[in-house]
Design a protein. Structure first.
Length: 133
């Protein structure tokens, strides 16, 4: 265990993933490991990779995942539980959704991040976090 601790196996870390669907490009940076009672964050960067303006993009973070944390705040503010609407996104424009949360439950937490534009293009990414006691 001492070797694992020195190697950083039990330290805090983040993971990154990307997905593309139609005119959407999505990059997420989320906690992969952290300790109980720590504040952490997740960033979702959404880019309109198309040539036309997108009226509404919905960023939806799985309730099953975020409900395992407390003190969850989303910026911009959620329009529905853990859904954020990004409106009037110009071609080539990127928008950031920032999530702050407290790790108040130990264990492995898994969920899905969905980003959709007009219901047609949907990018889906799995997210998982281990919270050490």
């Amino acid at each position: 265990l001492i070797v694992l601790a020195v190697a950083g196996v039990f330290g805090e870390s983040h993971a990154e993933a990307e997905a593309h669907a139609g005119d959407l490009a999505v990059r997420v940076r989320h906690p992969s490991r952290l300790h109980f009672e720590r504040i952490t964050s997740m960033d979702v960067l959404v880019t309109n990779a198309g040539a036309a303006r997108i009226d509404t993009i919905i960023v939806s973070i799985d309730t099953a995942y975020l409900s395992r944390f407390s003190g969850v705040t989303l910026t911009p503010s959620a329009t529905a539980p853990f859904d954020v609407e990004l409106t009037d996104v110009a071609p080539g424009e990127s928008r950031l959704v920032h999530v702050e949360m407290d790790a108040m439950r130990a264990g492995r937490h898994r969920g899905t991040l969905r980003v959709s534009a007009g219901g047609a293009d949907t990018a889906t990414l799995g997210i998982a976090t281990i919270v050490f006691p």
